[in-house]
Design a protein around this ligand. Structure first.
Ligand SMILES: Cc1cc2nc3c(=O)[nH]c(=O)nc-3n(C[C@H](O)[C@H](O)[C@H](O)COP(=O)(O)OP(=O)(O)OC[C@H]3O[C@@H](n4cnc5c(N)ncnc54)[C@H](O)[C@@H]3O)c2cc1C
Length: 338
């Protein structure tokens, strides 16, 4: 029996696994995909993420960076035509390489890393049995970091009232646009998306994306967004090299966050943690860290889960404040102010 079984080797899972191994626990980290695996993401590490990664994993290697390496912040264009510029330096990384780096660092710290898709989990007297396609593994505690559509969470919280996730559609293009390449640009005009639309640059790709609730409309909104960029920012698209569909938690004013049940903790997207405009890596890292930290506390699973929940309060309050701030500058997110 492992002390800790972590499911999902994204930022939440790698952080949870590494911190647990650092504390002397016997840890298994599984991901359904072989690493490096693709993860649809803009790959912007805000300063808070950079600090957490550097404190726990050391310097982020150059090999994971995409150009421009420094992201200087975010420019938000609201539906009323106002522009807000938030300057704060972070990094621009390729998620496949960045996540692989974190997983390898966790492995160096003593974590056992395996490729396996978790199907379900079952609590027993002194631990949890997790079922995989061809075998079962047992652990005293499970930290489920298996992303937005967490199989483990669905299995445990059958009645979870999370809303459907936001579907994202982005294209990697070659061409030119007259927007600053070292900023992430968000557009909140409802004509352009059902959530937000964005532009950012990675190496020589211009990335243009939209978030929708109805996946059948993603290409319609995306083509409107491209036309908008052509008209308003002189976008010239020479070719579309790649299309990518992704998902992110749909945060609503109820702020439904699920941190676990019994001996199974949820972290990152699986816990339904996401900051405005799709920034989720910092919450994934923080929740992975605090979940691992909580395992050391108390004698029984209930104490450990309560410690995790209490320690997350500050992060959740911060997330709520950020959504309310967005509600203050954007009509479509005004519901967060109520
Ligand atoms: C288009 C887009 C752009 C984004 N841009 C940014 C950004 O620039 N900056 C930012 O901070 N955030 C961004 N985000 C959000 C960010 O990607 C997530 O919040 C973050 O990846 C959450 O980390 P995580 O570890 O919780 O989950 P993930 O990174 O999703 O990792 C989950 C892991 O679990 C594995 N897994 C899933 N199911 C199973 C299973 N059954 N068994 C085993 N393994 C399983 C998956 O393979 C995956 O590796 C973006 C999201 C999207 C969709």
């Amino acid at each position: 029996m492992y002390d800790v079984l972590v499911i999902g080797a994204g930022p939440a899972g790698c952080m949870a696994a590494k911190k647990s191994a650092d504390a002397g626990y016997d840890v298994l980290l599984v991901d359904k995909m072989d690493l490096p695996r693709e993860k649809s993401c803009s790959g912007i590490l805000i300063q808070k993420s950079v600090q957490m990664v550097e404190a726990e994993f050391g310097k982020i290697p150059e090999t994971t960076f995409s150009h421009p390496q420094i992201n200087r912040g975010i420019v938000v264009n609201t539906e009323e035509g106002k522009t807000f510029r938030f300057e704060s330096e972070g990094y621009n990384v390729w998620r496949n390489l960045f996540d692989q780096h974190l997983a390898l660092k966790a492995e160096e710290a003593g974590v056992e890393l395996k490729t396996a898709r978790a199907i379900s989990s079952r609590e027993k007297d002194n631990g949890v049995t997790v079922k995989f396609k061809d075998r079962e593994e047992e652990a005293r505690v499970v930290i489920a970091c298996d992303g937005v559509r967490s199989t483990i969470k669905k299995n445990i919280l059958v009645a979870s009232n999370n809303t459907n996730p936001i579907i994202t559609y982005q294209t990697f293009c070659r061409g030119n646009v007259d927007l600053e390449v070292d900023f992430f640009h968000a557009f909140l005009n409802p004509e352009l998306s059902q959530y937000d639309a964005w532009f950012n640059v990675k190496d020589d790709y211009l990335i243009m994306g939209v978030g929708v609730q109805d996946p059948s409309l993603m290409k319609t909104y995306h083509s409107r967004f491209l036309s908008f960029l052509k008209t308003n920012h002189n976008a010239q698209i020479d070719s579309i090299v790649k299309e990518e569909v992704g998902i992110m938690p749909h945060i609503t004013p109820e702020f439904q966050v699920d941190l676990g049940k019994g001996r199974v903790f949820f972290a990152g997207d699986a816990a339904n943690l996401l900051n405005p405009l799709g920034e989720g890596i910092s919450s994934a890292l923080a929740s992975g860290y605090l979940a691992a930290h909580a395992i050391k506390s108390g004698d029984n699973p209930e104490d450990k889960l309560n410690t995790y929940k209490n320690s997350m309060e500050e992060n959740i309050a911060y997330m709520i404040r950020q959504w309310k701030f967005l509600g203050g500058i954007s009509t479509r997110f005004r519901c967060f102010l109520d």
